[in-house]
Write a protein of this length. Structure first.
Length: 443
């Protein structure tokens, strides 16, 4: 999967709910930043707005970090650069998004993510060694696969040998003196993005083994480093923008008709009667006893951002089909049920316990608790006079795919890495000025 996620901010880091840039006398402390390398998935690669493109990489988390670390003696930071602003070309790759006017099935026009169409870069090896081993779609254990370049076109661009090499072997060959590792989001996110209908959640035991193997490679030459925890993917905009009770009914006569049809015609047992105002969507549930296998959504269940919006607005999806006049549930691939949300959150909690109490002490790493920082940001925060939250588009942190951060969000994430590094290794690396990085670009 090309996504992943996730993001940031702890209220404990703010005075009077406002974060300001700190003044530092730069020192490397007891760390050696001579050769800084990074390992992870799309969050580290600079993926944003649904694509890996040039400006996304320019504002990637590690590239922002590298600019600050260079003040303490770090050398050049080389990324596998995509020159196109529209992404890399290969089968199945989606469009990059931009914010633009969008007309829905009702004829209403509003701003929203629309395809930013242009020429994508042809898939080809970059021809040089890199410092950034951020690979969109990579799960923890993928980095141990021989020939992973045959499965992942992003890795094939800079693999030492796409047909045979392991990412961990290329990491050892890079011989970094300091590293940042943010890996494991895809071990839960791939399943979540499929609405639990495809893929699977990596078992914590397998995750621990895989991450241990990656860290063995990163520390093989004595390098020190920092590791980040896995955010709870169920709180990012991709899963929270469309509410479970987004079905709005405006007439009592319609409400009465729907209640009668559901109970007496379709034999659907309702968890609550429909009412004027907001109501839960109807979803598919194979365990339901009614002939249509449908039920009302419950609080805590999630609708994915990829749900067909026009079908919700005009075709009756989520209630009764406007053409067939039978219950029309949201298909399972667009919904995370309560059990699926619980499974995702349990796995994430297990991964993070492994990172914080197992791997970090074992390898003497600094830790960034990105999971807690994201949860703290849900209520919103002000940073250097800029209001930020996890709200899709207007919140100021996430890009237009609802999964990855925008440049400003990446700068904030980079600062949390830097803070953890300073605390662990006694360095005084200055934080990046987030006001220099753009958020969502409005037309």
């Amino acid at each position: 999967m090309k996504k992943i996620f996730l993001i940031i901010l702890s209220l404990a880091l703010f005075t009077a709910c406002e974060r300001k840039i700190s003044e530092y006398t730069v020192s490397k402390g007891n760390a050696d930043f001579t050769k800084f390398i990074t390992v992870g998935n799309s969050l580290i690669a600079g993926y944003a707005d649904g694509a890996l493109y040039h400006n996304g990489q320019r504002y990637s988390i590690p590239n922002i970090m590298a600019g600050q670390l260079q003040l303490a003696g770090s050398g050049a930071f080389v990324q596998p650069v995509v020159n196109s602003e529209y992404g890399v070309q290969f089968p199945g790759s989606g469009p990059k998004f931009k914010l633009g006017p969008k007309t829905d099935c009702t004829g209403a026009t509003s701003l929203g993510p629309v395809p930013d169409l242009g020429t994508k870069e042809a898939l080809a090896p970059v021809g040089y060694t890199v410092n950034n081993f951020g690979i969109p779609g990579a799960k923890s254990f993928h980095l141990l696969f021989p020939g992973y370049g045959l499965l992942n076109p992003y890795y094939s661009r800079f693999a030492s040998n796409p047909q045979t090499s392991k990412v961990v072997d290329d990491i050892v060959a890079a011989n970094g003196t300091f590293f940042a590792l943010w890996l494991g989001d895809n071990d839960v996110l791939a399943y979540a993005l499929a609405g639990g209908a495809a893929d699977s959640i990596t078992s914590p035991a397998f995750f621990q083994t895989a991450m241990g193997g990656v860290l063995q490679a990163l520390t093989a030459n004595g390098a020190k480093g920092v590791i980040a925890t896995i955010p709870d993917v169920t709180v990012i905009p991709f899963f929270t923008t469309v509410p479970y009770n987004g079905l709005v009914l405006t007439r009592q006569s319609l409400v009465d008709s729907i209640n009668n049809a559901m109970v007496n015609v379709y034999q659907v047992t309702l968890s609550q009667p429909y009412k004027v105002g907001q109501n839960p969507f109807l979803v598919f549930d194979a365990t339901s006893s009614n002939p249509y296998k449908v039920r009302m959504m419950q609080p805590g269940e999630l609708v994915l951002l990829t749900v067909p919006q026009d079908s919700l607005k005009c075709a009756g999806m989520g209630i009764i089909s406007s053409s067939k006049h039978i219950p029309y549930p949201i298909p399972t691939q667009y919904v995370l049920t309560a059990d699926e949300v619980t499974a995702l959150q349990a796995a994430t909690a297990a991964y993070n316990e492994i990172i914080k109490t197992g791997l970090a002490p074992m390898f003497n790493l600094a830790v960034v608790d990105m999971n807690q920082k994201l949860k703290s940001l849900e209520t919103g925060i002000t940073w250097n006079g800029i209001s930020l939250s996890t709200t899709f588009v207007t919140g100021g942190l996430f890009s237009l795919d609802g999964i990855h951060l925008n440049p400003r969000g990446n700068a904030i994430a980079a600062n949390f890495f830097i803070e953890a590094i300073n605390q662990k290794f006694g360095s005084t690396i200055p934080e990046a000025d987030i006001t220099k990085y753009p958020g969502v670009i409005f037309p």
